[in-house]
Design a protein around this ligand. Structure first.
Ligand code: GLY
Length: 362
């Protein structure tokens, strides 16, 4: 991939309908994943050439620290500069992440108690209005906020992270612990006024990657806060995922657990990679007898992803590692393709599994 893309101006995202590499400039939510993957590879092999590339592809993202127009700044800045700081301890990176956290703070409202994902918009079908849409993916920002509090001594970020997680736990989940993709809040009452989907099969369906973000988010928030409610919630989400009757034998979920046409529908390898990474961490944090089942499930997912069914042969797949992810099925976009975030969480899961086997956590 480094040979195919010599300059950090076009970031690998996926492939197009003709199987050609599709990149993004600094205008989307995914640019942080490629530098993040480079940092994990450098962490694994400790070779300076990989570090230099990771630095180049990370530092080009600095202007994004001022992004206030959407919530994806955690993915953009924490996967890149967060890993950069973790592995180099360079003070300049710390300041960039804190500035980015201050940008994201502008999207938090004390009225709703959570971070606004998108600005006011119409729903996926154009029939409804979303005043203050919060998507489940937003849980992934909370590690970035928690880190920012520890690094800056400013407790505001941590308090916002806890408030966001509490509101999400209260409003995003159904009785079976599956979650909605989008909850839109009424800005006057601060309460949800719509619970719908954007990338899922239906408002009441369980979009696979949404369940993965939820599992990862609550597991990570338990690590960051030690609050037992978050651990219990993560365990319930894990149970929903692992025991779902529509989970295929190879443990790589269909793009939505309730997709019409199962089993003849595309999978989402990105959801499996995110789930595997989260389940390894859950197995480390949970002290119950269920811990081993989380690790076993994650290992099965990683074995499937590492088989020729999902892992591309070198030099194919436009140099992405994984095949068979789904970005936005209802939008007929990125269906059964490679995705940069599938690769990022796959590499993270491999690092976590390797460290687990060495008996230390990441
Ligand atoms: N955060 C967007 C997605 O998961 O597709």
């Amino acid at each position: 991939m480094l040979k195919a893309l010599p300059e950090p101006t076009a970031y690998p995202r996926t492939t197009d309908n003709n199987g050609k590499l599709r990149t993004t400039p600094l205008n989307d939510w995914t640019e942080g994943f490629y530098p993040g993957s480079l940092w994990y590879i450098y962490e694994n092999n400790k070779q300076n050439t990989w570090k230099q590339e990771a630095i180049r592809w990370t530092e080009a993202l600095e202007p994004l620290k001022k992004q206030k127009g959407h919530h994806d700044i955690g993915f953009l800045i924490y996967c890149s500069f967060g890993n950069a700081y973790r592995l180099t301890k360079k003070e300049e990176y710390k300041q960039i992440i804190i500035e980015a956290a201050n940008s994201l703070c502008t999207r938090f409202s004390p009225k709703t108690g959570c971070i606004k994902s998108w600005n006011y918009r119409k729903s996926w079908n154009g029939k409804d209005e979303w005043f203050y849409p919060v998507i489940i993916d937003n849980m992934m920002n909370l590690e970035f906020f928690s880190w920012a509090s520890k690094a800056s001594g400013d407790d505001r970020f941590r308090k916002m992270a806890i408030s966001h997680a509490d509101k999400t736990m209260l409003h995003h989940f159904r009785d079976d612990y599956s979650c909605y993709h989008v909850v839109s809040y009424d800005t006057i009452t601060g309460m949800p006024h719509k619970k719908q989907t954007h990338q899922g099969a239906a408002d009441e369906s369980a979009w696979a990657r949404g369940q993965a973000w939820a599992l990862y988010g609550f597991t990570m928030m338990y690590r960051e806060t030690g609050k037992p409610d978050y651990l219990n919630h993560a365990k319930h989400i894990a149970s929903f995922i692992m025991n779902h009757p529509n989970m295929p034998v190879d443990k790589i979920p269909y793009w939505d657990f309730d997709a019409p046409g199962i089993p003849n529908v595309p999978r989402d390898a990105s959801a499996a990679a995110i789930m595997a990474s989260a389940l390894i961490e859950l197995s480390q944090l949970d002290k119950s007898t269920e811990a081993k089942s989380y690790l076993d499930f994650a290992e099965q997912q990683i074995r499937s992803l590492t088989s020729p069914d999902y892992l591309a042969a070198k030099g194919t797949n436009c140099n992405f590692a994984l095949m068979h992810s789904t970005g936005h099925f209802p939008g007929k976009s990125e269906v059964d393709v490679p995705l940069s975030y599938a690769d990022y969480y796959y590499v993270e899961a491999l690092m976590r599994l390797r460290n687990q086997l060495k008996n230390k956590s990441l």
